[in-house]
Design a protein around this ligand. Structure first.
Ligand SMILES: CNC(=O)c1cccc(C)c1Nc1nc(N2CCN(c3ccccc3Cl)CC2)nc(N2CSC[C@H]2C(=O)NC)n1
Length: 188
Protein backbone atom coordinates (compact mmCIF):
# COMPACT_ATOMS: atom_id res chain seq x y z
CA UNK A 1 0.00 0.00 0.00
CA UNK A 2 1.11 3.59 -0.58
CA UNK A 3 2.61 5.55 2.32
CA UNK A 4 3.62 9.20 2.47
CA UNK A 5 7.13 8.27 1.26
CA UNK A 6 5.56 7.08 -2.00
CA UNK A 7 3.98 10.47 -2.64
CA UNK A 8 5.95 12.70 -4.98
CA UNK A 9 6.32 16.31 -3.76
CA UNK A 10 6.10 19.64 -5.59
CA UNK A 11 9.32 20.27 -7.48
CA UNK A 12 9.45 16.80 -9.01
CA UNK A 13 9.03 17.22 -12.79
CA UNK A 14 6.54 14.32 -12.97
CA UNK A 15 3.95 16.65 -11.38
CA UNK A 16 4.31 19.07 -14.30
CA UNK A 17 4.02 16.49 -17.10
CA UNK A 18 1.04 15.66 -19.31
CA UNK A 19 0.12 12.11 -18.26
CA UNK A 20 -0.34 9.30 -20.81
CA UNK A 21 -3.68 7.79 -21.76
CA UNK A 22 -4.32 4.35 -20.24
CA UNK A 23 -4.92 1.41 -22.58
CA UNK A 24 -7.70 -1.15 -22.05
CA UNK A 25 -7.94 -3.91 -20.99
CA UNK A 26 -5.86 -2.79 -18.00
CA UNK A 27 -2.55 -4.53 -17.47
CA UNK A 28 -2.06 -6.28 -14.12
CA UNK A 29 0.16 -3.34 -13.10
CA UNK A 30 -2.52 -0.77 -13.95
CA UNK A 31 -5.16 -2.80 -12.07
CA UNK A 32 -2.87 -2.84 -9.02
CA UNK A 33 -2.21 0.90 -9.39
CA UNK A 34 -5.97 1.62 -9.47
CA UNK A 35 -6.51 -0.51 -6.38
CA UNK A 36 -3.64 1.13 -4.48
CA UNK A 37 -4.77 4.66 -5.38
CA UNK A 38 -8.22 3.97 -3.90
CA UNK A 39 -6.83 2.04 -0.92
CA UNK A 40 -4.73 5.07 0.06
CA UNK A 41 -7.83 7.25 0.32
CA UNK A 42 -9.78 4.63 2.31
CA UNK A 43 -6.94 4.13 4.79
CA UNK A 44 -6.23 7.88 5.06
CA UNK A 45 -9.88 8.59 5.91
CA UNK A 46 -9.89 6.04 8.75
CA UNK A 47 -8.70 7.91 11.87
CA UNK A 48 -6.97 4.89 13.46
CA UNK A 49 -5.23 3.73 10.27
CA UNK A 50 -4.39 7.30 9.25
CA UNK A 51 -2.60 7.75 12.56
CA UNK A 52 -1.03 4.27 12.47
CA UNK A 53 0.52 4.78 9.03
CA UNK A 54 1.15 8.55 9.54
CA UNK A 55 -0.78 9.50 6.41
CA UNK A 56 -2.25 12.82 5.31
CA UNK A 57 -5.96 12.36 4.69
CA UNK A 58 -7.19 12.94 1.18
CA UNK A 59 -10.30 12.64 -0.96
CA UNK A 60 -8.39 12.34 -4.23
CA UNK A 61 -5.07 10.90 -5.43
CA UNK A 62 -3.73 11.05 -9.00
CA UNK A 63 -1.23 8.56 -10.47
CA UNK A 64 1.42 11.25 -11.13
CA UNK A 65 1.44 11.89 -7.37
CA UNK A 66 2.93 8.43 -6.88
CA UNK A 67 5.34 8.96 -9.78
CA UNK A 68 3.25 7.25 -12.48
CA UNK A 69 2.48 9.59 -15.37
CA UNK A 70 -0.77 7.90 -16.43
CA UNK A 71 -4.31 9.29 -16.82
CA UNK A 72 -5.74 7.70 -13.68
CA UNK A 73 -6.93 9.10 -10.32
CA UNK A 74 -8.92 7.83 -7.35
CA UNK A 75 -11.68 9.95 -5.84
CA UNK A 76 -13.45 9.13 -2.57
CA UNK A 77 -15.63 11.95 -1.26
CA UNK A 78 -17.30 10.80 1.96
CA UNK A 79 -20.83 11.69 2.89
CA UNK A 80 -20.23 13.89 5.92
CA UNK A 81 -23.74 13.52 7.31
CA UNK A 82 -24.05 11.84 10.73
CA UNK A 83 -25.54 8.46 9.82
CA UNK A 84 -22.60 6.08 9.20
CA UNK A 85 -24.62 4.33 6.47
CA UNK A 86 -24.15 7.47 4.34
CA UNK A 87 -22.64 6.14 1.15
CA UNK A 88 -19.89 8.35 -0.34
CA UNK A 89 -20.93 11.38 -2.41
CA UNK A 90 -18.61 10.01 -5.13
CA UNK A 91 -16.29 7.00 -5.18
CA UNK A 92 -14.47 5.69 -8.27
CA UNK A 93 -11.12 5.41 -10.01
CA UNK A 94 -11.46 7.76 -12.98
CA UNK A 95 -9.39 6.67 -16.00
CA UNK A 96 -8.80 8.85 -19.09
CA UNK A 97 -11.16 11.46 -17.60
CA UNK A 98 -12.40 14.36 -19.73
CA UNK A 99 -14.49 17.30 -18.58
CA UNK A 100 -16.88 17.53 -21.54
CA UNK A 101 -18.74 20.61 -20.28
CA UNK A 102 -18.68 22.93 -17.32
CA UNK A 103 -20.87 25.62 -15.81
CA UNK A 104 -20.10 29.28 -16.37
CA UNK A 105 -20.70 29.68 -12.64
CA UNK A 106 -17.52 29.26 -10.64
CA UNK A 107 -17.06 27.60 -7.27
CA UNK A 108 -14.32 27.30 -4.69
CA UNK A 109 -13.69 25.63 -1.34
CA UNK A 110 -14.24 28.26 1.33
CA UNK A 111 -11.11 27.09 3.17
CA UNK A 112 -8.92 26.84 0.13
CA UNK A 113 -7.35 23.62 -1.12
CA UNK A 114 -4.70 21.28 0.18
CA UNK A 115 -2.67 18.76 -1.83
CA UNK A 116 -0.77 15.68 -0.70
CA UNK A 117 2.10 16.71 -2.99
CA UNK A 118 2.34 20.26 -1.62
CA UNK A 119 3.82 20.33 1.89
CA UNK A 120 3.01 23.96 2.51
CA UNK A 121 -0.17 25.89 3.12
CA UNK A 122 -1.02 28.03 0.11
CA UNK A 123 -3.85 30.33 1.22
CA UNK A 124 -6.45 31.55 -1.25
CA UNK A 125 -9.52 30.58 -3.21
CA UNK A 126 -9.00 28.12 -6.08
CA UNK A 127 -11.67 29.18 -8.59
CA UNK A 128 -13.11 26.19 -10.46
CA UNK A 129 -16.31 25.35 -12.34
CA UNK A 130 -19.20 24.95 -9.89
CA UNK A 131 -20.63 22.05 -11.96
CA UNK A 132 -19.03 19.74 -14.53
CA UNK A 133 -20.01 16.93 -16.88
CA UNK A 134 -17.28 14.30 -16.59
CA UNK A 135 -16.62 11.40 -18.99
CA UNK A 136 -14.25 8.63 -17.83
CA UNK A 137 -13.65 4.88 -17.94
CA UNK A 138 -13.67 2.74 -14.81
CA UNK A 139 -11.24 -0.14 -14.17
CA UNK A 140 -13.47 -2.50 -16.17
CA UNK A 141 -13.39 -0.18 -19.17
CA UNK A 142 -17.02 0.93 -18.80
CA UNK A 143 -17.63 4.46 -20.06
CA UNK A 144 -19.30 6.85 -17.63
CA UNK A 145 -20.74 10.30 -18.30
CA UNK A 146 -21.82 12.00 -15.09
CA UNK A 147 -22.73 15.46 -13.84
CA UNK A 148 -21.04 16.60 -10.62
CA UNK A 149 -21.46 19.70 -8.45
CA UNK A 150 -20.01 21.10 -5.21
CA UNK A 151 -17.32 19.14 -3.36
CA UNK A 152 -17.11 16.14 -5.75
CA UNK A 153 -16.87 18.52 -8.72
CA UNK A 154 -14.03 20.48 -7.05
CA UNK A 155 -12.11 17.31 -6.13
CA UNK A 156 -12.41 15.82 -9.65
CA UNK A 157 -11.15 19.08 -11.18
CA UNK A 158 -8.19 19.08 -8.74
CA UNK A 159 -7.32 15.47 -9.68
CA UNK A 160 -7.78 15.96 -13.44
CA UNK A 161 -5.49 19.01 -13.18
CA UNK A 162 -2.76 16.67 -11.87
CA UNK A 163 -3.04 14.62 -15.09
CA UNK A 164 -2.23 17.79 -17.05
CA UNK A 165 0.64 18.98 -14.85
CA UNK A 166 -1.43 21.65 -13.09
CA UNK A 167 -1.30 22.25 -9.31
CA UNK A 168 -4.08 23.95 -7.32
CA UNK A 169 -2.09 27.07 -6.48
CA UNK A 170 -1.64 27.80 -10.22
CA UNK A 171 -5.27 29.01 -10.10
CA UNK A 172 -4.97 31.31 -7.05
CA UNK A 173 -5.21 35.01 -7.92
CA UNK A 174 -1.74 36.49 -7.34
CA UNK A 175 -2.90 40.03 -6.56
CA UNK A 176 -5.82 39.05 -4.33
CA UNK A 177 -5.83 35.37 -3.30
CA UNK A 178 -9.22 35.77 -1.61
CA UNK A 179 -10.87 37.61 -4.47
CA UNK A 180 -14.59 36.73 -4.55
CA UNK A 181 -16.53 37.05 -7.79
CA UNK A 182 -20.15 37.98 -7.11
CA UNK A 183 -21.75 34.89 -8.65
CA UNK A 184 -19.18 32.44 -7.24
CA UNK A 185 -20.42 29.68 -4.93
CA UNK A 186 -18.38 28.72 -1.88
CA UNK A 187 -18.37 25.10 -0.87
CA UNK A 188 -17.78 23.05 2.32
C1 LIG B 1 -5.72 24.98 2.82
N1 LIG B 1 -7.01 24.61 3.38
C2 LIG B 1 -7.36 23.32 3.42
O1 LIG B 1 -6.70 22.41 2.95
C3 LIG B 1 -8.68 23.04 4.01
C4 LIG B 1 -8.93 23.41 5.34
C5 LIG B 1 -10.20 23.11 5.90
C6 LIG B 1 -11.19 22.47 5.14
C7 LIG B 1 -10.94 22.13 3.81
C8 LIG B 1 -12.04 21.48 2.99
C9 LIG B 1 -9.68 22.42 3.23
N2 LIG B 1 -9.39 22.04 1.92
C10 LIG B 1 -9.22 20.74 1.57
N3 LIG B 1 -9.47 19.79 2.49
C11 LIG B 1 -9.37 18.50 2.07
N4 LIG B 1 -9.64 17.48 2.94
C12 LIG B 1 -10.42 17.80 4.13
C13 LIG B 1 -10.18 16.81 5.23
N5 LIG B 1 -10.33 15.45 4.73
C14 LIG B 1 -10.41 14.44 5.73
C15 LIG B 1 -9.69 14.56 6.93
C16 LIG B 1 -9.78 13.56 7.90
C17 LIG B 1 -10.56 12.43 7.70
C18 LIG B 1 -11.28 12.30 6.52
C19 LIG B 1 -11.20 13.30 5.55
CL1 LIG B 1 -12.13 13.13 4.10
C20 LIG B 1 -9.48 15.11 3.62
C21 LIG B 1 -9.64 16.10 2.50
N6 LIG B 1 -8.99 18.16 0.82
C22 LIG B 1 -8.77 19.18 -0.05
N7 LIG B 1 -8.48 18.86 -1.30
C23 LIG B 1 -8.49 19.87 -2.37
S1 LIG B 1 -9.26 19.00 -3.74
C24 LIG B 1 -8.41 17.49 -3.29
C25 LIG B 1 -8.53 17.48 -1.76
C26 LIG B 1 -7.49 16.61 -1.10
O2 LIG B 1 -7.68 15.41 -0.98
N8 LIG B 1 -6.37 17.22 -0.64
C27 LIG B 1 -5.39 16.43 0.06
N9 LIG B 1 -8.86 20.48 0.30
Amino acid sequence: MFLMDDIVRDGDPVLRQEAKKVKFPLSADDKKLAHNLMEYLEVSQNPELCEKYKLRAGVGLAAPQVGVSKMMASVLVPNDDENEKGKPLFKDVIINPVIVSNSVQRGALTEGEGCLSVDRDVPGYVPRSARITLKYQDVDGNEHKIRLKNYPAIVCQHEIDHLHGILFYDHINKDNPFKRDDDEVFIY
